[in-house]
Design a protein around this ligand. Sequence first.
Ligand code: PHE
Length: 343
Amino acid sequence: MKEQLAQIRAAAEQAIVKADSVPELDTLRVRFFGKKGELTSVLKQMGGLSAEMRPVIGQLANETREYIESQIEIARARLEEIALTSRLAAEKIDVTIPGTPQPLGHKHPMSIVLDEALSIFVGMGYKVVEGPEVEYDYYNFEALNIPRDHPARDTQDTFYITDNVLLRTQTSSVQIRHMEKNKPPIKIVSPGRVFRSDEIDATHSPLFHQIEGLVVDKGVTMGDLKGTLEVFAKRLYGEQARARFRPHHFQFTEPSAEMDIMCFNCQGKGCRLCKNEGWIEVLGAGLVHPKVLEICGIDPDVYSGFAFGIGLERITMRRYGIKDIRLFYENDLRFLKQFQGVM
Ligand code: PHE
């Protein structure tokens, strides 16, 4: 039996040296110490030994077991070390390799001009307020002095959700919402999307954008309106920009006007860009109609105000010489990329 144990020890030594993975070591453990393991079967024969020999062989068997176990542990530590080293080498990150470039987006031309317009008004003390795009008939028409069946609705046909709920045709609805909840002095601008059931062409779209302005206080006049909008035009287009006002009609302002900007291309002489007019219309405006103030619970004998609605597409087209409104909505990168780096 002594010999058997010595053989097992030698076989184990060899097998452990050969093993080149941790699972292999586990297999060896079973081979020697398992139920039918080589060492186990030797131990099973101990019953047949004499009383003197039993402790001697028992001691020897224990030593063999401890020896093999310690060898397996040493091998395990070595193999784990090797595995770790090679994993570290494989997962090494070279922080000096240049990264994969991520294309960086930039602002849409209309966002560029919108942000600039808002910052001009904020600089003059205006607060930015927003309102819903899906609107009640009341805020879009009724409270703006445009009753049902009034011909003024004809130019602002829109998309109806129900008889009373529609897609707003103008940001003027925000005037009413704001005056209902706030008393003068009021000084707000309200940018947003508006909708009209217009045919799409180079200058019309069923979806476009406006920036509404509203000022209500004691003693506000047409002079304040003109001064404000002239300053706006010069800040946006430069000191050489010229603005002119033409009489117009809106149901919710009295008097009403439209403002044109002198065509930058022909300096007012008339060219293709301005359709030979020399001027380009950019906004509607006027003094808030007393009836509208009254509807909102503001006394028109004490307060007066002015309002304006700027067409964002128009001022952006004018700013960059863009000739077709559809370019704004088509998401054609060849168009959009031209505004990269423009702030
Ligand atoms: N809401 C008007 C339009 O869309 C523009 C406007 C706004 C006119 C405010 C006067 C005052 O045509």
